[in-house]
Structures are given as structure tokens and as C-alpha cells.
Design a protein around this ligand. Structure first.
Ligand SMILES: O=C(O)c1ccccc1NCC(=O)[C@H](O)[C@H](O)COP(=O)(O)O
Length: 256
């Protein structure tokens, strides 16, 4: 499933490239004001930090929320105390787009993450051209050569890579990159199974100094407290924020 999601995202990017050649997207990326310092925004603090996600639907849960105005939702997230915004830009299964990312970028002063199945430099340039400050790279979807190439390109463009893992081996590959922002996704992206204890089992394998992000499966303040007690600096939350009152939920999650 992860392989299909990635192949589809790459195919969609190739189709966009027909009308927007790489040189144009690269020029647009370089013309953007500098990316915001996401590492500073997410650095460990005395309280948990939250990356709040714009997520309309997903392969595991189907339709979640219409989100007619992603910019308005992002403003609510900012008002509610989120430290960064994640925008799912994949169109087929998540109902997202680069237009969502651009709208969110224009609406908030927080760092914005492009969350997609990134496997080509073109997609990285697209992210910067749309105003992203962070780009997700999923270790399980990439060989080491591609992972290194994309990681270096994200950094060269002034953005921060968020390196997503789901096992001890993948954490080692993230550490070998020199990654400073590393996530453990509780969701197995092939089976969709959720394991809220995975983060805790891997927490002591993060490289020294890396910001530790627990991704997925937060439905209640107790889930945030569980991740925090296991060593998370940051949690990334989608479903619980798009299906409830975002400001009230953020407030409850930040109070743990
Ligand atoms: O959410 C899914 O079903 C999914 C399936 C396959 C690949 C990726 C998927 N989601 C991306 C994410 O990692 C989540 O949107 C994100 O971590 C937030 O998760 P949640 O709070 O559980 O909505």
C-alpha cells in the first residue's frame, strides 16, 4: 500500500510536470522568502508541542471532514496553540492539494509541513514553491541513496526534513542522515494497524539532540499524555482535530 501511495504521488507529480517544467518550479522555489525555522518552533520545551494536520480523508478511515477552507482551519490551529501545521497534499486518498498548502502558508505565521509521499526532487521543489518550511520523508518508502539525495535537497532549500520511521532499523537510517527532526508513526502504512506503544519502545534509540515526534493515533488527552510520558517532544495529530472542535481539542491536548 505504501508503495502504491508513493507510485501514485510520483505519477501525479509527473503529470503536473507536463505543464509546469522543473526549471519553472525550481525558479518559483528559489523566489520564495526563506523558509521558517521549524526546528526552533519545535524544539523541546517544558510542554508538549503539536503539529496540527489538515486531513480530509485517509485510506484507513475514509472521509473525515470536508474542510472547505483549509486556511481558516489553519488559523484556528494557530489560535489554539499549535507549533506547526501539517498539510496533506496527496489528492487521491487524502483529498489534499498544493493549493491547500499555499492557502495555509498565506494564512498563518507558523512553519508548514508538506505531508505527501515524496520520492523525487521535483516534489521537493514543489513544496518550497508552495511555501513549505518542512517536508516529510518516509524512510520505508525510499532507498538510502534517494533518502540522502532528497534530505540534502530539502536542507539546501532552507527547509527542515521530518524523517518518518516505524522500526529500529528505520530509526538507524534516519540517524545516519544526521536528521534532527525524527518521527515514529504509530500507523503501519501498509496494514494501517495502530500501535501507540511503538514510540515508547523506540524512544531511547533516537540520536542525541534529535527532536522526537510521535505521529498518529491521538484521539484523547490521555493519548498525548502517553506519548509525552514515553519521551515525545512533539505530537502530530490529524483525525482528532479535523473531526472535533480544533481549538477546544488543542487546548485539552496542550494541557496534559
Ligand atoms: O491516515 C492514514 O490512513 C494513512 C494511511 C497510509 C499512509 C499514511 C496515512 N496517514 C498519514 C499520517 O501519517 C497521518 O495523517 C498523521 O500521522 C496523523 O494521524 P492521525 O492523527 O491518526 O489522523
Amino acid at each position: 500500500m505504501l508503495a502504491d501511495l508513493t507510485a501514485n504521488s510520483v505519477a501525479d507529480a509527473l503529470a503536473r510536470r507536463e505543464t509546469k517544467p522543473l526549471a519553472d518550479v525550481e525558479a518559483a522555489a528559489l523566489a520564495r522568502p526563506p523558509a521558517l525555522d521549524a526546528l526552533e518552533a519545535l524544539r523541546p520545551a517544558s510542554h508538549i508541542k503539536i503539529i496540527a494536520e489538515i486531513k480530509r480523508s485517509s485510506p484507513s478511515r475514509g472521509a473525515l471532514a470536508q474542510i472547505a477552507d483549509p486556511a481558516a482551519l489553519a488559523r484556528s490551529y494557530e489560535l489554539g496553540g499549535a507549533s506547526a501545521i501539517s498539510v496533506l497534499t496527496e489528492g487521491r486518498k487524502f483529498g489534499g492539494s498544493l493549493a491547500d498548502l499555499e492557502a495555509v502558508r498565506a494564512a498563518v505565521a507558523l512553519p508548514v509541513l508538506r505531508k505527501d509521499f515524496i520520492a523525487t526532487p521535483y516534489q521537493v521543489f514543489e513544496a518550497r514553491a508552495a511555501g513549505a518550511d518542512l517536508v516529510l520523508l518516509i524512510v520505508a518508502a525510499l532507498d538510502d541513496t534517494t533518502l540522502r539525495e532528497l534530505y540534502d535537497l530539502i536542507v539546501a532549500l532552507g527547509m527542515t526534513p521530518l524523517i518518518e520511521t516505524h522500526s529500529a532499523d528505520e530509526l538507524e537510517r534516519a540517524a545516519a542522515l544526521g536528521a534532527q527532526l525524527i518521527g515514529v508513526n504509530a500507523r503501519d502504512l501498509s496494514t494501517f494497524e495502530l500501535d501507540r506503544d511503538l514510540f515508547g519502545r523506540l524512544a531511547d534509540r533516537f540520536p542525541d539532540g534529535a527532536v522526537r515526534v510521535a505521529e498518529s493515533a491521538v484521539l484523547s488527552p490521555a493519548d498525548v499524555a502517553h506519548y509525552r510520558a514515553s519521551g515525545a517532544d512533539v505530537v502530530l495529530i490529524g483525525e482528532a482535530l479535523v473531526t472535533g472542535d480544533p481549538i477546544a481539542n488543542l487546548s485539552a491536548f496542550l494541557a496534559v
